[in-house]
Ligand binder design. Sequence first.
Ligand SMILES: [Zn+2]
Ligand SMILES: [Zn+2]
Length: 329
Amino acid sequence: MRAQVLDRAGIPLALREVPEPRPGPDQVRVAVSACGVCRTDLHVLDGELTEPKLPLVLGHQIVGTVVERGAGVSSLAVGERVGIPWLGWTDGTCAHCRSGRENLCQAARFTGYTLDGGYAEQTVADARYCFPLPPGLDDVHAAPLLCAGLIGYRALRLAGEAPRIGFYGFGASAHLLAQVVVAQGRELFAFTRDGDVHGQAFARERGAVWAGGSSERPPVPLDAAIVFASPGELVVRALEALAPGGTVVCAGIHMSDIPSFPYEKLWEERSIRSVANLTREDGREFLPLAARLGVRPEVTVFPLEKANEALRSLREGRFTGAAVLTTRE
Ligand SMILES: [Zn+2]
Ligand SMILES: [Zn+2]
């Protein structure tokens, strides 16, 4: 089969013929039809996430069809459509796993990072970590729900009720979560790169009541803000935009250093927290909700052969919405 292979950080992916993967116990072999491209993939490519399996197939927003079952798999049938997310395996026995926080399992394995992912024609995944997908979305439109949507939703949940919420960075995750926030009757404030009028117009189309540059202050104080983009200074900008008691949630897996700031910005019970990974429970909650609300990403589709171009376009912010690789024409 063909796969886009990362041999080491800092060099482009190489399109290569590799042996078909074999499903081990509890695993299924999946014919990949679409795989979302995530900013995390750039962090792995750039060596900012330092412990990838190498060589590695990137990609953790995989939609495909089960073509073979390994020993012990009964939950999925051959021919079934599945979604494969970032959380690929946990030990199930540690204190985090046993308290509903498998996202924090220290032994966890991650798709497209410590396990091979979906920038390929086929992959294998543990059946217990695969999700059924909402029937209303085709494969390329379902793919971004699996990380941009799902981990974004976890960040939204950690932001609390927050009637006025700000999104810093309006990319794959934010444009999906905007639909959820608007459906919940909240006011959304969107912050893009300064001067990105195109991105700001896109945010307004997606229901933001206000959109501006990240160095601007919103017209009213916010109850919560989610930082989707990776520059650390955005954490301080977001903190400055908060009302007393507000929360900044950092949704990315990697950020540049956060500059120091005076304590008075944090004073009055403002807080800063991160969100890490996902639990299967998050998926069981978000995917049906997304279907019910009709959450639909705007996608830019690239063929598998153009994975490097897709990553470059993401880095340069050359499209709105989410990028998705497809193995089909
Ligand atoms: Zn565990
Ligand atoms: Zn991701």
